[in-house]
Write a protein that binds this ligand. Structure first.
Ligand code: XMP
Length: 506
């Protein structure tokens, strides 16, 4: 493992991913983790991330200096370089103004960190401070026009510092630099889907012993991969429970059953739609809907799980970003909406949790899914919210309105797939509005429902842009929906980016 000490950079997760893309496991840890705890994890290398603070700030966080004596290579990036320079007696000062953007790095001496790289290369800078005097022992190996100490190295001790960000794609050769660092760490490049699978299965086996494990299936990729890993580990002692809320896409519940049947896994399907509709009757407030769905989900699941009293374990598809988020030092942010995660069950259920994906990023789970034999079409599907279509039906949720939306949504998604746009669009959805509008069909007046279509592109779902369909495509979808779905006579397209709009309408 390579440990990444997180000094709060917006790029920390990106560093972790880049390292993993080079088939080496990485883990993000708090910046001031004591050296003995770091040593206990037996890292092969340490990376100090960037961060928004100045090393001279009152509350600037420093790493435990003893980490530099562990004998493993250390790479400091941006703030990481500065804090390292300062701890070794160098000088850091404000660069006068923030430097943000591309710069040209000129190599001044050979250094294993830059092995195989050209003497000049484009790098990405984002900093306010910089190293102004190198500490003793370090050699200057690179500079840019505005950062005279852009790269420093103490080769005998395998300590390296760089001012720029190798992890962002604006540093085109950055991955090679990280690759060189991993070579200096003696990395074994064994973090591959096949080894992940083996490791995860072994860990589940160890953990469960002779026990049984319940898996809460949502129909999504994470819980599916979790269930398949459990099955591989303990066979029939895996008990997948699928709570069908009645709020899924058209035919989705049946598809979940088929998918698992192909693996010889008997899924316990609970047809809980009537309960969810009862809980949602008369409710219009978005947060209240989310609250009731979350509550109902737990209640149904609890009842069902009680039918398997011998099962002591509960497997969940928690991913690494959720783990980091919930242990992060960053302050609380305003609640925009309460996300409800199917499978995110409270501790009070009294199970021992098994989370085989808690060290993985989404793209790693996808690759693991492929490794387990899941079809690409399933593994790369667009996200779907836990509360399902309920947050896409503005106003009251009724079985009739769900049926209407399911049909319109199915047409939209089918056309997107046919046009070959499914992967290009990060998420597409249809929303049923709580208004009716007047139309004309044949010779008669209609007074029916309106559906809004939304499709976005995004990297991380935090910001998003609306997708530019061509007019003919939208025309085709709108015609089909109005002709094929009785009860809808108007289709509109949402052209709001995020922010200010969120992706879902509720
Ligand atoms: P928003 O609407 O906040 O959505 O821009 C960002 C992403 O989160 C998904 N989303 C949810 N996912 N439970 C989930 O599991 C939820 O309650 C939930 N609400 C929104 C949304 O579909 C988009 O991908």
């Amino acid at each position: 493992t390579v440990l990444i000490l997180d000094f709060g950079s917006q790029y920390t997760q990106l560093i972790a991913r880049r390292v993993r893309e080079l088939s080496v496991k990485s883990e993000i840890v708090p910046p001031n983790l004591p050296a003995r705890e770091i040593a206990a994890r037996q890292p092969i290398g340490i990376i100090l991330s960037g961060g928004p603070a100045s090393v001279y700030d009152q509350d600037a966080v420093e790493p435990d200096p003893a980490i530099f004596r562990l004998g493993v290579p250390v790479l400091g990036i941006c703030y990481g370089q500065q804090v390292m320079a300062r701890l070794f007696g160098g000088e850091v000062a404000s660069a006068g103004r923030r430097e943000y953007g591309a710069a040209e790095l000129e190599l001044l001496a050979s250094c294993p960190l830059f092995e195989g790289l050209p003497p000049r290369q484009r790098v990405w800078m984002s900093h306010g401070d910089e190293v102004t005097r190198l500490p003793q022992g370090f050699r200057l190996v690179g500079r840019t026009e505005s950062a005279p100490h852009a790269a420093m190295a103490w080769e005998e001790r395998k300590l390296f510092g760089i001012q720029f960000h190798p992890e962002v794609h604006h540093t085109p050769l950055g991955q090679k630099i990280l690759d060189n660092f991993l070579a200096l760490c003696g990395a074994k490049r064994d973090w591959t889907p096949a080894s992940l699978r083996q490791e995860a299965v072994e860990a589940i086996r160890q953990r469960l012993g002779q026990g049984q494990v319940i898996v809460a299936l949502s129909g999504g990729v994470d819980s599916t991969v979790t269930a398949l890993l459990c099955r591989e580990a303990v066979g029939d002692r895996t008990i997948p429970i699928f709570v069908d809320t009645g709020l899924l896409r058209l035919g989705e519940g049946d598809k979940v059953m088929e998918r698992f049947a192909a693996y010889g896994l008997a899924v316990h399907r609970v047809n809980a739609a009537p309960r969810f509709f009862a809980a949602l009757a008369g409710v219009e407030d978005p947060e209240e809907k989310r609250r009731r769905i979350g509550h109902e989900f737990i209640a149904v699941f609890e009842e069902e799980a009680r039918k398997f009293p011998q099962a002591r374990f509960l497997a969940q598809g928690t991913l690494y970003p959720d783990v980091i988020e919930s242990t992060s030092v960053k302050g609380p942010s305003a609640t925009i909406k309460t996300h409800h995660n199917v499978g995110g069950l409270p501790a009070k259920l009294g199970f021992e949790l098994v989370e085989p994906l808690r060290f993985l990023f989404k793209d790693e789970v996808r690759r693991l899914g492929l490794e387990l034999g899941l079809p690409e079409e399933f593994v790369y599907r667009q996200p779907f919210p836990g509360p399902g279509l309920a947050v896409r039906i503005l106003g009251e949720v009724t079985p009739e309105r769900v049926a209407l939306l399911q049909k319109a949504d199915a047409i939209f998604m089918e056309e997107i797939r046919q046009a070959g746009l499914y992967r290009e669009i990060a998420q597409a959805l249809a929303v049923l509005l709580p208004v009716r509008s007047v139309g004309v069909m044949g010779d008669s007046r209609t007074y029916e429902n309106v559906v809004a279509l939304r499709a976005v592109t995004t990297e991380d779902f935090m910001t998003a842009d609306w997708y530019r369909f061509d007019g003919d495509f939208l025309d085709r979808v709108a015609r089909r929906i109005v002709n094929e779905v009785r009860g809808i006579n108007r289709v509109v397209y949402d052209v709001t980016s995020k922010p200010p709009g969120t992706i879902e309408w509720e």
